[in-house]
Design a protein around this ligand. Structure first.
Ligand SMILES: [Zn+2]
Length: 207
């Protein structure tokens, strides 16, 4: 397996609360005294040892997550001080948040854009792109008009295949640094995912 986007953890060291030695950002334990550290402000990518990139191997995300999760397991802190127990819990919470965000392609894209200062929005009010708005409305209509479960399934199949295509161009746009197009794709994915979710509810109400 190719290791993609591995970032050396050597940025902006903080001082260990226990021994005062420098601790690299996103490092959960002090390299000197091994004390667990506060989670701090590290982003989700660096917390799992990745560079800020859209293309991540889910298996590698999982492997790093479970590795860190094991090290932060409550059993390991059962005999430690209340402070260390509290810090290990805070670390575990931040780790879970990082894992859930990076594992979901849509959440990962939204987060990656946010780190670049771009808010995706996607509440339906911010669809400024006319072509995108048109497509979203057309799919909504098709879903509203579906009168049987097989008609709902057709809309879902179309939304799924479009979502797959969007995930692939999204990757291309992120690698090329074209964040404007990446934002449009992310908006598309947002409404496609929402549509698929709504279709599930709709399916219960048709014959
Ligand atoms: Zn230390």
């Amino acid at each position: 397996m190719r290791l993609r986007g591995v970032l050396p953890r050597l940025t902006a060291p903080n001082a260990c609360w226990s021994c005062g030695a420098p601790v690299p950002t996103a490092e959960p334990f002090c390299p000197t005294c091994k004390s667990v550290q506060p989670p701090g402000q590290a982003d989700h990518f660096s917390r799992l040892g990745f560079a800020r990139t859209y293309d991540l191997d889910p298996k590698l995300i999982e492997r790093r997550y479970f590795e860190l999760q094991r090290k932060l397991h409550p059993d390991r802190f059962a005999t430690r001080t209340p402070k260390e127990r509290q810090l290990s819990q805070a670390q575990a919470t931040s780790l879970n948040e990082a894992y859930e965000t990076l594992m979901d392609p849509l959440r990962r894209a939204v987060y990656l854009l946010r780190l670049s200062g771009i808010e995706v929005g996607g509440d339906g009010k911010t669809v400024a792109d006319p072509a995108l708005l048109m497509e979203a409305m057309e799919m909504r209509e098709a879903l509203a008009e579906a009168r049987s479960s097989s008609e709902v399934d057709q809309v879902v199949a179309r939304a799924r295949s479009e979502a797959d295509a969007v995930r692939s161009t999204l990757s291309t746009h992120f690698s090329a640094g074209d964040l404007k197009s990446a934002r449009t794709d992310t908006l598309r994915l947002t409404y496609l995912d929402k549509l698929i979710e709504d279709a599930r509810a709709r399916r219960l109400n048709v014959a």
